[in-house]
Structure formats: C-alpha cells, structure tokens
Design a protein around this ligand. Structure first.
Ligand SMILES: [Fe+2]
Ligand SMILES: [Fe+2]
Length: 366
C-alpha cells in the first residue's frame, strides 16, 4: 500500500528541505528547457482520415485495446524501500528534479491526449487518444507515487490549471510528439538495459518498471507515425523537411543540455552522459527512419562541440539569472548569443537523407 499523501511524508519533506509546493512550482515553471503543455487545433486533428493506413491502424488500436500494461504500474514486492533522508543531498536534488520533469512530461501528454478525446467526434481519433491518455495518466501517477514517498508529489490538478499552454498546429504536434514518444522509449530502454547489466547501480526501484513502460511510449510513437503517413506532404515537402530538421535539432539539443544539468544522478547510475545521449539519439534516429526522410548526422565534427557550447551557454544564462543586476543581464545576453550560435551550427550540419520504407510499422527491438 502507498502511504497516504500527507501522513508520513511531511516530516521527511521537512528533513529534505523541499516540499510539494516547491516541486509543483518546478513543474509549473515555463523555461526553454522544461517540459511544456501543449494545445492545438483540435478540430483540424479531428478531421484526419486514417483510411489510407487502415490495416496498420486497426492492428495498433487492437494492441492498445488489449491493454498489455494494465497491471504493470503498481508497486509490488520488487519495490524496495528507499532511504530518501539518507540519500546524498546533491543526488537527491537531481533525482527529484529528474522525477518531477519526467512526471510533467508524462502528464503533459495525458492532458493533450485527453483534451483531444474530449473535443473530438472522429471515432478513430477519439479511440486512439483515449488509450494514449490512459497510459500517460498511469505513467505520471506512478512517478508521482515515487515522489509522494519523499513527501514531494506534484499537485497535478493545480498544474493543469496553472501551467502555461503552448499552441502548436497539428503538424508541429506530430513532429514534436512523435519525437518525444520515440526519444522517451529510447531513454527508458537504454537506462533499463544498462541497469539490467549493472544492477548494483539501480539506486531506486522505479527503473525496474522501465521495460514495459517504454513499450507504451513506443506504441504512442507508432500512432503518430501513422498519422503522419495519412498526409505524405507532412514528411516530403521542402518546407516540412526544414521543420523536421528544426524539431530534431531542438529536441536533441534540449535533452543534451538538460541531462548535463544532472551530473550526480548520472554518476549514481554509472552512466556517462555524453555516451548515454549519443546512444539515445542513435536509437531514436534509427527508429525515425520509418517516417522522416532525413536524419541529423550525430557523428559530424560540428555536432558534439556545439552541443557542449549550448550546454555552457545555458550554464552562463543560469548564472546570470542568479547574479541579477546589469552584470547578470549582460551575462545572460552573452550566453543567449552563444546558445543561438551553437543551435545554428548544429542546424546547418548537412543532413543524412534516407527513404522511409513502404511499410511504416515497427516493433520495439532494443
Ligand atoms: Fe508516457
Ligand atoms: Fe507516451
């Protein structure tokens, strides 16, 4: 049984010097790097006709309807008790930050998918978004349970009301959400496989749940791949290819910068951040060949140096914010210019061109 929120937890939260208000504020904050909440043109999305991908669509929906992970997101005997108060403070702070940002990202999917289900009238679209919202609600709830044990659960109801929503046209939702589902799969499975080989580095039980978990993300990504296939222009026109390139650059570089802000967390897992990120990019890019006709060359000599430049630039901007005053402002401006330079240097790396296969569907294989 979970400890009811607010019973044992507050004492622990006091010891940790952090509380629910703080984690909710962390989740609510809108910055360039934090997970966002999205809204879109639900009517346009509702008009999507999936008949051109019907056979694959029905198979995917049947798989989601069978609900393979129905009983998965429950604590059982594998859930070891964690001594939160005894955890090394830097690790604890970074781990809580990791959980809060993962919970926000999962919940962001839940809110968007549920809203589509609520507003739509197209049975295909409503059914899909209903299943995806169900999965994301479980994912966010499970992470929040882990946070609750430390007395710092995110107030998800408050978050829904207080968080700023970013509007994206449906096609941008496809690119961004497809990538974040597939990158989510790649992140979870890479950590799971690493800890399977190095169980002594598994410092929290939640990682044991990642394998089945990432299969949900994989299917969600498949759904967006099929949605994109319903309109070939989305992945073939010149302008859209530039957009895909933009989203690849933005999603990958954001992940790199954010992961590097958690050195103690990755050290505790025994993971070299740069290795881990490259591994995740490699898997995501290999999967994304199913729909995207281009991929970023992550072995290009400009790739890593400019990611590092962006990481340093964001560090500089943070320091500027903490410093305040004119000097802080100047530091932020210099950091911003440096980050923009890094982004442009990556965006202009010649892309690798590929030909998406006729048959779009994939199964998880890592
Ligand atoms: Fe999820
Ligand atoms: Fe997902």
């Amino acid at each position: 049984m979970n400890a009811p929120a607010g019973e044992l937890a507050p004492h622990l939260a006091d010891d940790l010097g952090i509380d629910t208000t703080m984690t909710t504020a962390m989740a609510t904050e809108t910055t360039l790097l934090n997970p966002r909440f999205y809204t879109t043109d639900f009517e346009e999305l509702d008009r999507v006709d999936v008949s051109s991908v019907r056979a694959d669509w029905d198979k995917l929906i049947a798989q989601m309807a069978s609900d393979p992970n129905k009983g998965h997101f429950k604590k059982n005997a594998d859930w070891d008790q964690i001594d939160w108060a005894g955890m090394e403070p830097t690790l604890r702070r970074e781990f809580i930050d990791f959980l809060v940002s993962s919970c926000t990202a999962e919940f962001s999917g839940c809110v968007l998918y549920k809203e589509m289900k609520r507003r739509g009238s197209n049975p295909d679209i409503c059914e899909l978004f209903n299943y995806m919202a169900r999965d994301e609600a479980r994912h966010a709830g499970f992470i929040n349970d882990a946070l609750r044990e430390a007395g710092v659960a995110v107030n998800l109801g408050f978050l829904t009301r207080a968080k700023k929503y970013t509007y994206f046209r449906p096609k941008f939702i496809y690119y961004a959400t497809y990538l974040s589902e597939k990158i989510g799969y790649a992140r979870y499975i890479t950590i799971f496989r690493h800890l399977e080989a190095n169980p002594d580095q598994r410092f929290h039980p939640i990682f044991k749940w990642f394998r089945e978990w990432c299969n949900d993300e994989f299917s969600h990504g498949e759904a967006f791949a099929l949605l994109m296939r319903t309109d070939p222009k989305l992945t073939s026109s010149f302008a859209n290819k530039l957009w895909i390139r933009f989203f690849l650059t933005a999603v990958y570089s954001t992940m790199y910068v954010r992961d590097h802000a958690r050195p103690a967390f990755h050290q505790a897992l025994g993971v070299d951040i740069e290795w881990y990120d490259q591994e995740v990019f490699r898997k995501t890019s290999a999967i994304a060949r199913q729909v995207f006709p281009i991929e970023i060359d992550i072995d290009h000599p400009r790739w890593l140096p400019n990611l590092r430049r962006m990481r340093d630039a964001f560090g500089q901007m943070d320091a500027g914010t903490r410093r305040g005053g004119f000097a802080g402002w100047a530091q932020r401006m210099v950091g911003g210019a440096k980050a923009a330079y890094g982004f442009a240097a990556i965006y202009t790396i010649p892309v690798i061109k590929t030909t998406p296969p006729v048959n779009v569907r994939l199964e998880p294989s890592y």
